[in-house]
Design a binder for this molecule. Structure first.
Ligand code: GLN
Length: 188
């Protein structure tokens, strides 16, 4: 099992540190030629979704990754990564991979609550620490999208086929269970 971590921008190193702790082999996707290597699963990190979406297209990586996700490659997406997977962004005509039928609101917590930490339940895992940084939340999901976590009635974690998307940053807390769950999904 080898994981590819999208490493164009944002908090990819934090995911790599978790994979190091779990002893899972990985490499970084920085340019189109990295996509020639074999990998079994993909991590889309947090950061700035508009910048990531632009770089994916400019660097010629978008079509190849989209095809892989559409063909069932397991994906773990956090924060900006979740935005990349959303089929719809509230109040915004932009779309990136759009492989999860859900509407996501960017920077959904406003300026006051831009960043916060809480502990809440993720289905199939239990209570986990959650760090939100200028986070989105999911406004609406279509049929087939499984809601894994909510905080204050807002959806912050979903599963759709082989794609797991979270509005918070599991890679920033000392809890490896979300990554472990993803590895289990990817190994199944
Ligand atoms: N606000 C960012 C965006 O819209 C996401 C923030 C994050 O990934 N921490 O892309």
């Amino acid at each position: 099992m080898t994981i590819a971590v999208l490493a164009l921008q944002g908090a990819f190193i934090e995911h790599e540190k978790v994979l190091d702790q779990l002893g899972i082999p990985y490499f970084e996707l920085r340019q189109a030629s990295d996509l020639d290597r074999d990998f079994d699963a993909l991590i889309l990190p947090g950061g700035e979704s508009t910048v990531q979406g632009k770089l994916l297209r400019e660097l010629g990586m978008y079509d190849n990754l989209l095809e892989k996700i559409q063909n069932g490659m397991p994906v773990l997406a956090t924060c900006a990564g979740m935005i990349l997977l959303a089929s719809e962004l509230e109040g915004d005509s932009a779309q990136h991979f759009a492989t999860i039928p859900m509407c996501v609101k960017r920077n959904a917590y406003g300026r006051q609550l831009g960043s916060f930490h809480t502990v809440s339940k993720v289905d199939g895992i239990g209570e986990v620490p959650m760090t939100f940084i200028r986070a989105p939340y999911v406004d609406q999901v279509s049929e087939g999208v499984e809601v894994l976590a909510t905080v204050d009635d807002k959806i912050v974690g979903v599963k759709y086929h082989n794609q797991l998307a979270f509005a918070f940053h599991p890679e920033l807390d000392d809890d490896l269970r979300i990554h472990q769950k993803f590895i289990e999904l990817a190994s199944a």
